[in-house]
Structure formats: structure tokens, C-alpha cells
Write a protein that binds this ligand. Structure first.
Ligand SMILES: C[S@@+](CC[C@H](N)C(=O)[O-])C[C@H]1O[C@@H](n2cnc3c(N)ncnc32)[C@H](O)[C@@H]1O
Length: 199
């Protein structure tokens, strides 16, 4: 029986902003996620347009720019997160956008998933996946990590399983790959899925 699906609430930017102000950022792993690092390291075209929604402190964005990627956009609607990232002085060419993803307009070849999907209430998921799909250029990819478990506590984070994700993603994407993640960081081992979806 899936837990944690039909309760909880939609959290706006004030909720997330307060969590940053209070230092209540237990999701932040303080470095780039290892599976994403491995994925980025094998990309050969460093000029593809990349969006990182719900970037938080932006460890993935910083890594990409420092690795020579030239078109990286980090987006978050919590100004405290954006300000910290701007303070890191990585820009340019890093673009930091402080905006609600649902209002964002753009076209990207690659959109990264790292604890953004799980931050949304499950009732927002279909709209989110539709939005991500609309932000991708034809042939573009949505790649990253999802939790492979339902959480007992009220979210965020909100979890799920492969079947639920597959049912949702296959409504929008022509190619959907969802696999257990083999190189998760230790605290998330066995609890993550690696997704690679193509428009
Ligand atoms: C759980 S945190 C993850 C942050 C970062 N990805 C990480 O792994 O450290 C979720 C982030 O998504 C942001 N967020 C949630 N809903 C959003 C929305 N609708 N538009 C933009 N950012 C959003 C929050 O402000 C927060 O920074």
C-alpha cells in the first residue's frame, strides 16, 4: 500500500525560503551527487544547454561550470539558495534564475533531476513532468535521481516506486529508462533510481 501520497500540502517559496534561513537543509549533501558526477564526466559536448531545477546550493551547477560546460542554468525559487550560489562567484557562465519552475520559459537539451521532483507534492507531479517536457528541445533528456521508496513521515520528501514513475513519465516521453542506481552516496544506497528520459 503506497504511503504518503494523499496528504501533505503544496509548499510555496516562503516555505523553502524559511528552511534555508533556519538552516534546515537536511537534503543538502554539500557536494555534487556522485551518480550525476559520473554522468557529467562522460558527456562530450560541453556546449549543450543544461537546466538544474530546484538547484538549492547548486553543487551540480558549480561542478558543471568548473568542468567547462558553457551553458548551465541553475533555477530555484528560494532567494536564499540563489543568493548563496551567486555568492560562490561561479558566474559567469553560470546563469542563476530565481523563479518558480512552473513559470520558467526556455529550451534545454538536458534537464537534471536531483531532489526537486521529491520536493513537490504528488498532486503536482503530472504538471511538473509536463513542464519539464515542454522545456526540453526535441531529443532533449531529463536525467537524474529519484527516491525508490515511500517515506513514512509526511513529505517533503515524497517518494515513489519505478512503476508509479514509469506510468507517469511514459505519458510524456518517448524513451523512458528507470533503473536502480548503482553508485548512490552511502546514505541513499538502495533507495535511489536512475532515470534517463528522452523527448
Ligand atoms: C529538497 S530541496 C533540493 C535542493 C537541491 N537540489 C539539493 O539536492 O540540494 C528542493 C529545492 O527545490 C526548490 N523548489 C521547490 N519547488 C520549486 C518550484 N516550484 N520552483 C523552483 N524551485 C522549487 C526549493 O526551493 C528547494 O531549494
Amino acid at each position: 500500500m503506497p504511503l504518503n501520497r494523499n496528504f501533505g500540502m503544496i509548499h510555496d517559496e516562503n516555505y523553502w525560503q524559511q528552511r534555508y534561513i533556519q538552516g534546515d537543509t537536511g537534503w543538502d549533501i554539500s557536494h555534487i551527487s556522485i551518480p550525476l558526477q559520473s554522468y557529467f564526466d562522460q558527456l562530450t559536448d560541453k556546449d549543450i544547454s543544461i537546466l538544474i531545477p530546484g538547484c538549492g546550493f547548486g553543487h551540480e551547477a558549480i561542478y558543471l561550470v568548473q568542468s567547462g560546460f558553457t551553458d548551465v542554468t541553475a533555477l530555484d525559487f528560494a532567494s536564499a539558495a540563489c543568493d548563496k550560489l551567486l555568492d560562490s562567484k561561479v558566474a559567469p557562465p553560470l546563469k542563476v534564475v530565481c523563479e518558480d519552475i512552473f513559470l520558467h520559459i526556455g529550451s534545454y537539451k538536458l534537464i537534471i533531476e536531483q531532489t526537486m521532483f521529491c520536493a513537490l507534492h504528488p498532486s503536482q507531479r503530472a504538471a511538473y513532468v509536463e513542464k519539464i517536457h515542454s522545456l526540453l528541445a526535441l531529443g532533449g533528456k531529463y536525467v537524474g535521481l529519484l527516491f525508490a521508496t515511500h517515506f513514512l513521515k509526511e513529505g517533503p520528501p515524497y517518494g515513489g516506486n519505478s512503476k508509479e514513475y514509469l506510468d507517469l513519465f511514459s505519458q510524456y516521453f518517448s524513451k523512458v529508462s528507470i533503473e536502480p542506481c548503482y553508485n548512490s552516496i552511502a546514505p541513499r544506497k538502495g533507495n535511489e533510481l536512475w532515470i534517463n528520459l528522452k523527448k
